[in-house]
Ligand binder design. Sequence first.
Ligand code: EPZ
Length: 458
Amino acid sequence: MEDKLITSTTTTQNISATEQSVIHIWGQTQLSGEVQISGAKNSALVVMAGSLLCSSGCRLRNIPGLVDVDKMCQIIEALGVKIQRNGEVLDFDTTGFNCHTPPFELVSKLRAAFFAIGPILARMGVAKVPMPGGCSIGARPIELHVRGLQAMGAHVEIEHGIVNAYVTGSSKRLQGAKIYLDYPSVGATETLMMAATLADGETILENAAKEPEVVDLANFCIAIGAKIFGAGTDRITIVGVDKLHSADYSIIPDRVEAATFLVAGAITNSEISLFPVIPDHLTAAVAKLEQIGAKVVLDAPDRLRVVPTGILRGTDIETLPYPAFPTDMQAQFMAMLAISEGNSVITETVFENRLQHVAELKRMGANIKVKGNHAIVEGVAMLSGATVTATDLRASAALVLAGLAAQGKTTIQGLHHLDRGYDRLEAKMRNLGAKIERVHVNGDGDLVAHPEEVIVRV
Ligand code: EPZ
């Protein structure tokens, strides 16, 4: 058995179990320049599921390079759909869509895959989809999805962790219904909106989620012929049609990635530009950034620039459904508040366990106390580099930000979280001047290879 050094780029998929990818960051380097924001993960995943609604296929553009996108492709291909990928463009051929049971081992690891139950049921009259299961940030229940499908005439049984939904009757077609969501769940709104596009009659979703990714999905569905009104408000009306055709659709830029880079500028006292962005999607994040002490300038309709003012002041943040401050930006802002003057109270109201990054930030010298769903942050002058472990997707981004601001070297483990939701984050940071690299180390932490060189046992 010989070792052969090959050159390839990789995330965390090409290396053996004992080795792992880690990111090293040498902090306190100023950043400058412009960063290109990728397509939105939380649009890409659900619009990809929406492709199942098309009778022949569709083209999706601006799809980010993410592990979760790769997984979603595998799931959709397992249903009989052919996908051609050319960079950020995905071409779907759904003429062979013939399976109503996505593979358990793939769906159970990717919550967004569960949302495909809507289109599968709408197209086939039956769907057997594994429950998404919980993750580190919460139990992630699905009763709002299930109750909505039942209101539309589906019979739903859950056994052995599989949600078995089917429509009886000759037409095997869902019926329009008036549905009130106890909580403005993003996923439930998306699942039910997709299911309703092909239902018989009109569906009204009351207390619907208003997130930009919900609107993006609605716009995709409208582009393929669906009749949807009110997306972006808390009342969405869908008038069912018999068939949906193809479209060439480009998804929106990722507002969470954009907010992550706005914080990167503020936390390193650097002026950086972001493009493309949709400023309206960042209202809450920009308002909080300016309260904390960084100016955000609109240089063009799709270009923002963060301009630090030299001081960061503590403030309070409460996460709530859109358009309030997004839960997906909470960890990143906590990293910045950890070195802001004064005290801040961060209240996480959306997920029950999304404060795990506190322990890792404290390893870097942050002064944070958790009381229930509140994190009380007392700003410190400086964080210090340490070896830390990411606990979930947005926590991993928060640790990168903390490493950029910290004195000394930070090593971040658990990068499989990061690779799920950020497209080449360290390369983008390096292009802005950050001293950051991803390396592969063995069980003892010794360097095995740099990402550009992967040792393959041949
Ligand atoms: C979407 O998750 C996003 N994921 C999440 O992004 C995001 O944090 C979340 O919306 C909130 O904005 C995708 O779009 C793939 P929810 P989703 O249903 O749809 C409870 C990231 O980091 N709930 O709005 O699962 C639920 O437990 C990820 O990119 C029920 O109780 O979120 C949670 O407490 C993380 N019953 C709250 O609602 C249900 O049936 C919000 O969940 C459904 C949800």
